[in-house]
Every structure is written in structure tokens, then in C-alpha cells.
Design a protein around this ligand. Structure first.
Ligand code: C2E
Ligand code: MG
Ligand code: MG
Ligand code: MG
Length: 291
């Protein structure tokens, strides 16, 4: 495979022709082609949209907020997963324009929706570590809030453990600046990175999201069950709000509810939805809750 070809190329020193295996070349070419398409797409953003996945109060079933997730529907490639193009965008500096576009689009769309429904509503947006390293993030966020009139208290930014560890001091300064603006901060995919309780305490966090990897087998794997229970206990003592991610079944949901997890997100409640469908989902929930 490509990695071992690369290693062999390194080992063999002078014989670097090993590097140019047809397989590796094809892979590199395919990647470059995606990058080219992505760069083009970022010029107009016509091929991008944002979907929203409800985050629900596990006890009452009420929708409390939503996570904004970017989608790229390429004319040539069809729907490309963010798992595929976000890492590419991070390597090519395209994550800055994409990140800002998602932020602005989500604030605008949720703002319109909140006005119509007269329900103040929170939206959560993912940040990449590059956005911390290559731009003054608080300025970018402030610009978007000014342009859209979005209430900073309704905005939550999701960061990962890796992001915090990579450029600790700089990240800390920016996070404190964001907090001062009134923005909320969540730690995403918790448990998959270098979780150090010490860092959790040092960062000005509001919310912790338990990675779906732990939730998946929570009813069949005692270790995962213990892990989730421990995270919940710890979060409680740190006064953090907790979201269980990847809730797919009633069993997942019941387990998390019994352990005291307040909020849930996952296919059991809803897949990520386009804004129009999201509106319908919200209306229906409202009816269920009042009626
Ligand atoms: P994430 O932030 O952890 O987002 C949650 C992912 O889990 C989403 O995948 C969502 O569709 C998926 N998911 C939600 N509920 C379930 C469930 O019940 N079961 C399963 N199997 N999956 C579920 P998606 O949209 O493909 O995004 C993948 C990752 O890409 C995100 O993980 C996030 O790290 C990144 N990403 C997505 N949008 C953005 C963005 O606008 N900016 C940045 N920087 N990253 C983004
Ligand atoms: Mg997220
Ligand atoms: Mg996550
Ligand atoms: Mg993830």
C-alpha cells in the first residue's frame, strides 16, 4: 500500500524511484483533483449548504439547539463527506473561507428561524485547529455576529481536544476572548483525544460532547458503559452541560437518561436536516410539547 511504499522509498535512500509506484501516483492525482474542485467550489459556495442536527433535552424531548454541519454537493462528484474534504481544506488553507462561510450561513439561517418562531435558539458550529492558528478567530466571529445581528449567547463553538493541545497558550487566549464576547464553548468528540482532566479545568468550557464511539456500544460493552458514567460524573462536578452524541436507539437514549445526561443528539432523534426540513421538525416538536 501507499504507506509501505513510502517507507520503502525512505529506507532505500537513493532508490527513491520506489516512491513513484503507479498506485501512489494515482492516489496523489485523485487527491489533487478533489483539491482542485474544492478550490473552485470555494469561489462561489454554490455547491455548499449547511444542515442542522437537533440537540434534544433527553428528559422532555424538547429541542434545545442544533449542530450546523457543512455539506459539499459537487457537480462532478456528488455529495462529498466532510470527513473527506475538511482534512483536505485544512491542509490547503481553504478551511478559513469555508469555516467563515459556515459560521455566517448558520447564524443567518438560525436567526431567521428564531425570529419567525420567536424562540431564541442556540446553534453549535465546528471549528478546526487551523482557524486558531492562521487567523484571529475572535475578530472573524465578531465580524459575523455584527453582520448577522446574531446573539453571541446563542452561539456555541465546538472545539476538539487536539485543537486545545496543539497550540495551548494561543488557543487559551483566543478562547477567553470568545468567552468575553459571550460565546459558548463546547468540547467535541470527548474521550477520543488526549483527555486530561487538568485541561478540562483550565479551559473556559460550557459543554462537553461525549463521542459517539462510546455511546455506540454502551448497552453491550460494560467498559464503555463505565466510561460514559465516569464522564458524566466528572462533567457534573465541573459544572459542564453534557451532550451524548450518536444516540441511535431507544436503548442508548434510556441509558444516557438514567445516568443523568441532559442532552442528546443522534439519528434516534433526527438526522441532520436542511433548513426547510429543520423548520418542519421544529414545528412538529413544538406541537408535541404543547399539545
Ligand atoms: P462531529 O462534529 O462530531 O459531527 C457529528 C457527526 O456525526 C456528523 O457527521 C453527524 O452527521 C454524525 N452523526 C450524528 N448522529 C449520528 C448517529 O446517530 N450515528 C452516526 N453514525 N453518526 C451520527 P458529518 O456531518 O459527516 O461530519 C463529520 C465531521 O466533519 C464532524 O464531526 C466534524 O468534525 C466535521 N465537520 C462537519 N462540518 C464541519 C464544519 O462546518 N467545519 C469543520 N471544521 N468541521 C466540520
Ligand atoms: Mg461537532
Ligand atoms: Mg462530535
Ligand atoms: Mg467527529
Amino acid at each position: 500500500n501507499a504507506d509501505s511504499a513510502m517507507n520503502k522509498a525512505k529506507e532505500s535512500g537513493r532508490n527513491t524511484y520506489h516512491f513513484f509506484t503507479p498506485e501512489l501516483d494515482a492516489k496523489a492525482q485523485a487527491k489533487r483533483a478533489i483539491e482542485r474542485d474544492l478550490r473552485k467550489a470555494v469561489q462561489s459556495f454554490d455547491e455548499f449548504h449547511v444542515v442542522y442536527q437537533p440537540i434534544v433535552d433527553i428528559k422532555t424531548g424538547q429541542m434545545k439547539s442544533a449542530e450546523a454541519l457543512v455539506r459539499w454537493h459537487s457537480a462532478e462528484r456528488g455529495l462529498v463527506s466532510p470527513e473527506q474534504f475538511i482534512p483536505l481544506a485544512e491542509r490547503n488553507h481553504l478551511i478559513m473561507p469555508i469555516g467563515e462561510w459556515v459560521l455566517e450561513t448558520a447564524c443567518r439561517e438560525i436567526q431567521d428561524w428564531s425570529r419567525q418562531s420567536q424562540t431564541p435558539f442556540r446553534v453549535s458550529i465546528n471549528l478546526s485547529s487551523r482557524q486558531f492558528r492562521e487567523q484571529n478567530l475572535p475578530d472573524v466571529v465578531k465580524g459575523v455576529l455584527d453582520r448577522t445581528g446574531f446573539d453571541p449567547n446563542q452561539l456555541s463553538l465546538e472545539i476538539t481536544e487536539t485543537l486545545m493541545m496543539e497550540n495551548l497558550d494561543e488557543a487559551l487566549v483566543m478562547l477567553h476572548e470568545l468567552k468575553k464576547m459571550g460565546v459558548r464553548l463546547s468540547i467535541d468528540d470527548f474521550g477520543t483525544g488526549y483527555s486530561s482532566l487538568n485541561y478540562l479545568k483550565r479551559f473556559p468550557l460550557d459543554t462537553l460532547k461525549i463521542d459517539r464511539m462510546f455511546v455506540r456500544d454502551v448497552t453491550s460493552n460494560p467498559e464503555d458503559a463505565a466510561m460514559v458514567a465516569a464522564i458524566l460524573t466528572m462533567a457534573q462536578s465541573l459544572n459542564l452541560e453534557v451532550v451524548g452524541e450518536g444516540i441511535e436507539t431507544l436503548e442508548h437514549n434510556n441509558f444516557l437518561r438514567e445516568k443523568g445526561c441532559q442532552l442528546g443528539q443522534g439519528y434516534y432523534y433526527s438526522r441532520p436536516l436542511r433548513i426547510e426540513e429543520f423548520n418542519l421538525f421544529a414545528e412538529k416538536r413544538e406541537l408535541e410539547n404543547t399539545g
